[in-house]
Design a protein around this ligand. Structure first.
Ligand code: CP3
Length: 340
C-alpha cells in the first residue's frame, strides 16, 4: 500500500481532499544537487547507473515535496535500444549522428529484447521503489512513437521538425514501419516497467502539436492508442500531448486514465472538450514559475478552482525550465497542498 495515494486516487476518479501535484521533468536541472551529479557523470551514465537514477528520482520528493516520483531516465533510451545511436551533447541536447532518412535505414532499426537492452531501467525502478519505501507512487514513462520518430529522423531538437515531417509525407510507408517498430518496442518496454514496479505510466507526445489534426490521427494518435490498449488493463495510463488541444475529444475516449493538458487550453475548455468525466492533468505555464511565489500561489489556486479539485492532477503544462528558482517550484507545490 502506498501511504500518499492521492495521485492514484485521482487517476481512478475518486474524490480527494486536495488534488495531487507533481511536475513534468521534476528530476532535473533546477535542483542544485542534480547539477552536482551532472558535473561528475555524463547524461546517459546517470540514466544507466541505477544508484544515480534512484538518487535523482527521489530528490524532488525530499526537496520539493511532490506527491509522485517520476523515474529519472529519458525518452531517447528507446531509439538507443533500437540500434539508433543517441548522444546528449552539452549545450546542444539530443544528437543522433546517423538519423533515419531512408527505407534502408528503417530496415536496420530493430525491435530489441527489452531485458537485454534496457534492463538497467528496470533495475533503477526496483531500487527506486525500495528507496521510496511506499511513501509516494512511482511514474514510468515513454515518448510517443511520433515524438521518438521526430528525434530519430531529424537527428536533433528542432523548432518545427521539418525533416521528420518531410520523411513522413514523402515516404509514408517507411514512416509507418518505423512508427510500428517504435510502438512495439514501447509496449514491451512499458510492460517491463509495470512488472518492475511502477504505479502509473505517462506517454509524452511532446511534438504532437507539430502536426495538423488529420496528420496527428495518422502519424501520432493511432500509435498512442495502441499503447493505451495494450497497457490499460494493467496500469493507469496518462496521455500527454503538447499543443494537442484539438485531440482532447479523442483522447478522452481512449481508455487512458488521465489526459495531460498544456497551458494554451483553458481548464474550462479542456473540461468541455473532454466531456467533464475524465481526470485531467496540467496545465500551469512553466514560465509562470518565474513570477514571485505569492503570485504563483494565487494563480495556482485559480487554476484548481477552474479545473475543480476532483478528477484533477496539478502539474505544469510542460517540463520545468532549468533556471527556475527552487523556492518557486516549492511555492507551486505548496500552493496545491494549501488548497481548500
Ligand atoms: O522528471 C524528470 O526529469 C524525469 C526524467 C525525464 C528526462 N527527460 C530527464 C532529462 C523525462 C520524463 C524526460 C522526457 C523527455 N526527454 C522528453 C519529453 C518531455 C518533454 O520535456 O518534452 C523529451 C522531448 C526528451 C528529450 C530530451 N532529453 C531533451 C529535449 C533534452 C534537453 C536537452 C538540453 O540539454 O536542454 C533531454 C535531456 C534531459 N533529459 C535532461 C534531463 C534532466 C537535461 C540534460 C542533463 O541533465 O544533462
Amino acid at each position: 500500500m502506498i501511504k500518499n495515494d492521492l495521485f492514484l486516487r485521482a487517476l481512478k476518479g475518486e474524490s480527494v481532499e486536495r488534488p495531487p501535484v507533481w511536475m513534468m521533468r521534476q528530476a532535473g536541472r533546477y535542483l542544485p544537487d542534480f547539477m552536482k551529479l551532472k558535473e561528475k557523470y555524463d547524461f546517459f551514465t546517470r540514466c544507466r547507473t541505477p544508484e544515480l537514477a534512484t538518487e535523482i528520482t527521489v530528490m524532488p520528493i525530499k526537496q520539493v515535496g511532490t506527491d509522485a516520483a517520476i523515474l529519472f531516465s529519458d525518452i531517447l533510451v528507446i531509439p538507443q535500444a533500437m540500434n539508433i545511436e543517441v548522444e546528449m551533447k552539452p549545450g546542444v541536447g539530443p544528437w543522433l549522428p546517423h538519423p533515419i532518412r531512408t527505407q534502408e535505414d528503417v530496415d536496420r532499426v530493430i525491435v530489441p529484447d527489452i531485458d537485454e537492452t534496457l534492463g538497467y531501467v528496470m533495475e533503477a525502478i526496483k531500487m527506486t521503489k525500495m528507496e521510496l519505501n511506499d511513501e509516494v507512487p512511482l511514474i514510468g514513462f515513454a515518448g510517443s512513437p511520433w515524438t521518438i520518430l521526430c528525434y530519430a529522423v531529424q537527428g536533433q531538437g528542432s523548432k518545427n521538425f521539418d525533416i521528420a515531417k518531410k520523411f513522413c509525407f514523402s515516404n509514408p510507408v517507411a514512416a509507418h514501419q518505423l512508427l510500428q517498430k517504435i510502438t512495439d518496442t514501447t509496449i514491451a518496454y512499458l510492460k517491463a516497467k509495470v512488472a518492475a514496479g511502477v504505479d502509473a505510466v505517462q506517454v509524452f507526445d511532446s511534438w504532437g502539436g507539430m502536426l495538423s489534426p488529420t496528420d496527428y490521427d495518422e502519424f501520432s494518435w493511432k500509435y498512442i492508442q495502441q499503447i493505451i490498449d495494450a497497457l490499460r488493463d494493467e496500469i493507469p495510463v496518462i496521455a500527454f500531448g503538447k499543443g494537442c488541444w484539438f485531440a482532447l475529444h479523442t483522447m478522452a475516449r481512449s481508455g487512458a486514465a488521465a489526459i495531460g493538458v498544456d497551458w494554451t487550453c483553458s481548464p474550462k475548455n479542456a473540461r468541455y472538450l473532454t466531456g467533464g468525466q475524465i481526470t485531467l492533468q496540467g496545465n500551469f505555464d512553466p514560465s509562470r514559475l518565474y513570477s514571485p511565489p505569492a503570485e504563483i500561489k494565487k494563480m495556482v489556486h485559480q487554476m484548481i478552482d477552474e479545473f475543480g479539485k476532483d478528477r484533477y492532477i496539478a502539474n505544469l503544462g510542460h517540463g520545468i525550465l532549468p533556471d527556475i528558482p527552487v523556492e518557486n517550484a516549492i511555492a507551486f507545490v505548496e500552493a496545491v497542498k494549501e488548497y481548500k
